[in-house]
Write a protein that binds this ligand. Structure first.
Ligand SMILES: Nc1nc2c(c(=O)[nH]1)N=C([C@H](O)[C@H](O)COP(=O)(O)OP(=O)(O)OP(=O)(O)O)CN2
Ligand SMILES: [Zn+2]
Length: 142
């Protein structure tokens, strides 16, 4: 939820950016183990991304907050998550949504010269269920 306290991630970088956002989307998990979640249903997803780095860009940003919103909210808001290209071969579980968001955000950061890293992606799917995704060191380029 926006304004909630998120799990913190230990690091030694000078700057830490956090961006909260939410989006509305539908999904379904067409597997017999998913029970009623096999039926199309909707959520308001709450997302927090944590980005850290030692250097800022020429503007003074680790990355523009607005660029993060475009990459995540822009990809999913008012969509059926199963129709997203990232989920053509897999179900859009909260775990996979969080992993996708990490990849999309880190790709944006890799396109910039200041070497920032996405250290954590928090995705809340329901009032009682959330996933916290943290990359391995080997997931980063270079
Ligand atoms: N590990 C996962 N388990 C489940 C996922 C998931 O993405 N990862 N998803 C679902 C469903 O999509 C469902 O929307 C969420 O389930 P749940 O937390 O059970 O929702 P409730 O609101 O019914 O939770 P209560 O705490 O029981 O009210 C299911 N599992
Ligand atoms: Zn669901």
């Amino acid at each position: 939820m926006i304004q909630q306290i998120y799990p913190s991630v230990a690091h030694d970088f000078r700057y830490e950016l956090n961006k909260d956002m939410h989006f509305a989307a539908a999904h379904f998990i067409p597997h017999e183990a998913a029970g009623v979640c096999a039926n199309m249903h909707g959520h308001t997803y709450f997302v927090n991304v944590t980005i850290a780095g030692d250097e800022l860009d020429e503007v003074g940003f680790l990355i523009d907050f607005k660029e993060l919103k475009r990459a995540i909210h822009g990809a999913f808001d008012h969509t059926v998550m199963n129709d997203h290209p990232a989920f053509t071969n897999m179900y859009p579980t909260t775990e996979r949504v969080a992993a996708y968001i990490w990849q999309a955000v880190q790709q944006k950061l890799d396109d910039k010269p200041n070497g920032a890293r996405c250290l954590q992606v928090f995705v809340r799917e329901t009032p009682t269920s959330y996933i916290c995704y943290r990359p391995k060191a080997s997931d980063f380029r270079g």
